[in-house]
Every structure is written in structure tokens, then in C-alpha cells.
Design a protein around this ligand. Structure first.
Ligand code: URP
Ligand code: ZN
Ligand code: ZN
Length: 463
């Protein structure tokens, strides 16, 4: 039998195990794992001596080609999935937005049209629901049958994305019946809007006021409310882009009570802080996203949360806007700065460096956070998120000793700045494969637009 690719001499790392083995790939799947697998019939042989062989990264929170605040996020599904691949991420879950008055199907169709011709790696969608008459509730189960098994709801952005508590509760009850996961943007949008209006009236228009008008208490209150609503509905809930210790405490308490509550954080909250918003001139706009950056001491609390499983996932919330022309839309008023930051490319290296490199957690916990648990929570496991016979051959040959300084000059995202400019990481992918096809090898891209598949996801089945 012929083997399409054989990865020899590497150290296989999964969420549970680390061991020396070869991995053989046939027809895009992992065919066998063993020692001294024969290489005579292999079309390609990769020597992974001294390297880790890990499952491809799964980023469950991206916004590619997304309209926001009068502009559109700068990466589309081609440039976004390509940049992700350079960083070792081979699966994305993006957000299809249902605008008020639209059916959920309209959102799904629109995002399929954006993604299908362009994605170089596999992708799936959550559906953002912005209004919820009874007809939309019925459509949730239709969408679930089509493989969109999670929905994002907003407790912030009144008048744009925000849903009232009754609608959130109705959606959660529907989710609990159908096995869907509710992803929650947890910030108290009503209170924040009052604080924002006051700041503007006082002439406080600089980027830093975006952060100063969104207190940690607003995030903690909404997180607690989301958990309470989910508990009443008997539904699981997944808190997105958790940024601060106050909200983390709410998640920890709920999990200690045995509730199916999960949360992700993002590299920007682990590496950046409110201090970065003091950058000269309008530079602070580079860090305008929600929830905002927090005081530095929150970072170590979040790393602790990742180590102790109070947080289960690191995603990016990649939502890039160029500094020139896009962020500049808010030059005179921070509320007009498009919200979002670029991060899809460096998630794996940042989490590896800060987590494993700094001895905060093991390499297995790293794989769990960036690949295995995202796959389990969002219905992709064991097809994605592990190295096992029969799983998709989404694989990364990862060099733990390779060093890199992050810079907009060398990154592959279609955006004119990096949030992590100048940060040194140790641990980088050498070879990145999606279903056995090489996407990136030695910093060269070999993928093809349109070759990514839409992934129909299973419903939530516990983690
Ligand atoms: O500022 C952010 N996070 N932009 C993307 C939209 C969202 O709330 O995730
Ligand atoms: Zn959000
Ligand atoms: Zn987001």
C-alpha cells in the first residue's frame, strides 16, 4: 500500500501523551502511528527529529471579511486562513452574522459565499443572532442539522448586536433541547453606553477611553448573568474573549459547582495591558477591541486560569483593521474606531512561549488549549484536535527551539501593524498540513484558495 506522507523520528504530542513515533498519512487521514514505519512506499518523507508532531491548531473565534463600523475586517478567508496556517492553525470557526430581520439561513449562505472560494484550510461557522422572533428559534434546529451547532449572542452593543435577557434565555432553552452551544459576549452594554456618553460629553475622545469606559465589573456582571441564565435554561454556555480576573472568578465558581460553563481568553489579554493604550498620538487605537485591555496584573491570573482549567481555550478573536484608513475612522472619537485586533497568525507561538516556555504548563496542556478542547467543545473531535488513527491529517511539525521576533514587516496577515510588534517567541511551526496537504513548509506557502472544506459540526456532547 502506498503512503502519501510519512513523518519520521518526531515526538508525537497530544493532550494526554508525549511519545516517539512515526505518523503515516493516506488519503488525508492518519493511517498509522508506530515506531520504525517503513518508508519505501511513502511519496514524501518528513524528518521530524528534535521536533514535536502535534495536531493542527483550532481557532474557534475569528472574524474574516466582517463588516463592522462602516468598514470590513482586513483579512478575507484567503489571507486569513493563509496567515493562520503560517502560525500552525489549520481549522477556524468564524462567525456568520444574522442582521435584524434576516433569517439565520441568510447569514449562513452569505458567509459560505465569502469562505468557500477562498479558504485554504478547513472552516466552520458559529451563527451570531441579533434578533430572535419565534420563527428564528425554529430555524436554530435547521442550522444545527446543517452543522452550525453554536450561536453567539451579545450582551453588549445596544441597538446593533445586543439581545435582551428574555431573548438570550429563549435561545438558551432552544439550545438545551437541541444540543447547541451558546457563545456569549459578556459585557453589560447598557451600563457601558451610559459611561461612554458621559466620557464623550466631557471631551474624552482618545483611544484609551475605549478601555476606561468598559470596566471589568461590566464584564463580570454580564458573565455572572450569562451563567445564571444558562443554569436556569439547563444549557451549557461558553464565554468568549474573557479578559479579566473578575469575570474569571465567576467562571471558576460556576465550574466548581459542576455547571457546564466554559471560557476562552486570547493572547492579547495574556501579553498586553492598559499601558499599551498610552502609546503616543493615536497609536492606542491599535488596541481598541472589546472587551478592552486591562491592568497588567490580570495577565498572571489568566495564565493561572489556563493552567488550572478555569479557562479551557485560547482563541484569537482575530478581527483586523488597518491602522491607516480603518482605525483612523475614529481619530476624533474613540467610539468610531472599528473594534478588533489582528492575532490569527501568532496564537500558537505566543501560547507555547508564554505557557510551556515559561513553565506555566506542559506541552500536553498547550495542545489541549489550542486544539483538543476547542475540537471537543465545538463538535469537531476526534476528526480534528488529536493525533489518532482515522483523524484528519491536520498536523504541525513544531520546532520548540526556533525563535522569532513578531513584526508587521514579516507577518502574513493583511494588516499594517502587529499588536505584538517586537515580542520574541520561542517555538514555531516548520511544516503545517491540512488533511495531509502541505500548506506551509520552511516559511513557504503551498496551499490553494478554495481547498478548505466547510466542516459540519456535531452537537455538544460534553468535554
Ligand atoms: O472588538 C472585538 N472583539 N471585535 C470583534 C467582535 C467581537 O465582539 O468579538
Ligand atoms: Zn465579542
Ligand atoms: Zn469576536
Amino acid at each position: 500500500m502506498s503512503v502519501d506522507a510519512l513523518i519520521k523520528n518526531g515526538t508525537v504530542v497530544t493532550a494526554t501523551d508525549t511519545y516517539a513515533a512515526d505518523v503515516a498519512i493516506v488519503d488525508g487521514k492518519i493511517h498509522s502511528i508506530g515506531t520504525n514505519l517503513p518508508q519505501e512506499n511513502a511519496t514524501r518523507v518528513f524528518n521530524a527529529a528534535g521536533k514535536y508532531v502535534m495536531p493542527g491548531g483550532i481557532d474557534v473565534h475569528t472574524h474574516l471579511d466582517m463588516p463592522f463600523g462602516g468598514t470590513t475586517s482586513a483579512d478575507d478567508f484567503e489571507t486569513g486562513t493563509r496567515a493562520a496556517a503560517f502560525g500552525g492553525t489549520t481549522t477556524l470557526i468564524d462567525f456568520a452574522i444574522q442582521y435584524k430581520g434576516q433569517t439565520l439561513r441568510t447569514a449562513f449562505d452569505a458567509w459560505m459565499q465569502k469562505a468557500a472560494p477562498k479558504a485554504v484550510a478547513d472552516y466552520a461557522f458559529h451563527c451570531i443572532i441579533t434578533d430572535l422572533p419565534d420563527a428564528r428559534l425554529d430555524e436554530m434546529s435547521q442550522l444545527i442539522r446543517d452543522g452550525v451547532t453554536s450561536f453567539k449572542l451579545f450582551m453588549a452593543y445596544p441597538g446593533v448586536f445586543m439581545l435582551d435577557d428574555a431573548s438570550i434565555f429563549r435561545a438558551m432553552r432552544a439550545a438545551s433541547k437541541s444540543g447547541a452551544m451558546i457563545c456569549m459576549h459578556a459585557e453589560n452594554g447598557g451600563a457601558i453606553d451610559v459611561i461612554v456618553k458621559q466620557a464623550l460629553a466631557e471631551g474624552k475622545t482618545a483611544p484609551k477611553y475605549h478601555a476606561l469606559t468598559r470596566p471589568t465589573t461590566a464584564e463580570a456582571e454580564a458573565t455572572a448573568r450569562a451563567i445564571a441564565l444558562a443554569e436556569m435554561a439547563g444549557a451549557p454556555v461558553y464565554i468568549v474573549h474573557l479578559s479579566c480576573n473578575d469575570a474569571l472568578e465567576k467562571v471558576r465558581e460556576a465550574r466548581d459547582r459542576g455547571l457546564p460553563v466554559y471560557a476562552e481568553t486570547c493572547p492579547q489579554y495574556l501579553y498586553l495591558s492598559l499601558d499599551d493604550m498610552d502609546a503616543p498620538g493615536f497609536e492606542g487605537a491599535k488596541y481598541v477591541f472589546t472587551p478592552p485591555l486591562r491592568e497588567k496584573w490580570h495577565q498572571e491570573k489568566l495564565w493561572n486560569g489556563l493552567r488550572n482549567d478555569h479557562l479551557q481555550v485560547v482563541s484569537t478573536d482575530h478581527c483586523p483593521f488597518c491602522f491607516k484608513e480603518q482605525k483612523e475612522l475614529g481619530k476624533d472619537d474613540f467610539t468610531k474606531i472599528p473594534n478588533g485586533g489582528p492575532g490569527i497568525e501568532h496564537r500558537m507561538s505566543l501560547v507555547y512561549s508564554g505557557g510551556v516556555g515559561k513553565k506555566r504548563f506542559s506541552v500536553n496542556r498547550f495542545v489541549e488549549l489550542v486544539s483538543t478542547t476547542p475540537a471537543k467543545i465545538f463538535g469537531l473531535y476526534p476528526r480534528k484536535g488529536t493525533i489518532a488513527v482515522g483523524s484528519d491529517a491536520d498536523l504541525v511539525i513544531f520546532d520548540p527551539s526556533r525563535e522569532h521576533t513578531i513584526s508587521a514587516k514579516t507577518h502574513h496577515m493583511r494588516v499594517d501593524y502587529s499588536m505584538f510588534e517586537g515580542i520574541k517567541v520561542k517555538g514555531m511551526p516548520d511544516v503545517v498540513m491540512s488533511r495531509g496537504r502541505v500548506l506551509v513548509e520552511n516559511d513557504k506557502f503551498h496551499g490553494k484558495p478554495g481547498s478548505g472544506n466547510f466542516l459540519k459540526r456535531a452537537t455538544y456532547a460534553g468535554v
